[in-house]
Write a protein that binds this ligand. Structure first.
Ligand SMILES: [Zn+2]
Length: 253
């Protein structure tokens, strides 16, 4: 059993929250501190509010447009953002101080994110290996899209969401196509998921291959919170989801 990581509520209390109409710190880049690297309008910097103990938390501000969103990025912008993120994630993974590095992104009121401005987080963990909690079967499930670079599945054995979508980057695949596939699924989640959805998370994993999970987000189920009972969509719902994803509106398979 892995030990929990500690969350500092005193720091958490000071964080700005978009839902409270707090001023967005990412809209005034001239006031940002501890910047690690700038590329175009993207800024990679240290997180000013390091709520998780025993970590080296960084943030990647993806754009200077507060109301923009990954599902709306042009192909060029999407490729730049994902390639910058994967590059910095990999750079941190090579740093021997970290036992593992997590890379994820929140969007929407139910995603657990505090700031609306489009950003991702890449966090180095000194003594925690996230892969201890993840199993290969969490990525298994029916394939609804495959091309030269990636394979997309709907989880039969999700980690905790009832519908988790996965994209695996093939060893010789291009990250641009990987990003395109991920964005197409995000569009499906926000616009055509069988029950309306305004929030999602992206989680990246490095196992034998690189994966990204796209999680539609709702208020978490009490069955999972209290009993760790994982739910998965039934056969009929799965059919509806896969049929739409394979249709002309999305992957046209
Ligand atoms: Zn902003």
């Amino acid at each position: 059993m892995t030990n929990p990581i500690q969350f500092d509520l005193c720091i958490g209390r000071k964080k700005p929250y978009s839902k409270n109409h707090d001023a967005c710190p990412f809209c005034t880049p001239e006031k940002l501190t501890n910047i690690l690297e700038k590329r175009g309008e993207m800024i990679w910097l240290m997180n000013k509010y390091p709520v998780f103990s025993d970590t080296w938390p960084t943030v990647l501000i993806e754009t200077d447009r507060h109301k923009s969103e990954l599902s709306e990025y042009s192909p060029g912008q999407l490729h730049e953002v994902v390639s910058f993120g994967l590059e910095k994630w990999h750079q941190m993974e090579k740093d021997r101080r970290f036992k593992s590095v997590i890379y994820f992104r929140n969007f929407g009121p139910r995603s657990g994110g505090s700031i609306r401005h489009p950003h991702s987080q890449i966090i180095g963990m000194y003594h925690y290996d996230y892969t201890d909690n993840i199993r290969d079967e969490n990525f298994w499930g029916p394939v609804f899209h495959e091309d030269r670079s990636c394979i997309a599945t709907l989880s039969d054995y999700p980690i905790c969401g009832m519908a988790e979508f996965n994209v695996m980057l093939k060893p010789d695949g291009t990250t641009d196509t990987f990003a395109d596939t991920m964005q197409t699924i995000v569009k499906f989640v926000l616009h055509d998921f069988p029950i309306p959805c305004d929030s999602y998370n992206l989680f990246f994993y490095r196992l034998k291959n690189i994966y990204v999970k796209i999680f539609p987000r709702y208020i978490a189920s009490p069955l999972y919170l209290g009993y760790k009972i994982t739910q998965v969509v039934n056969a009929e719902s799965r059919h509806v989801i896969l049929k739409k994803l394979k249709s002309q509106s999305y992957f046209d398979e």
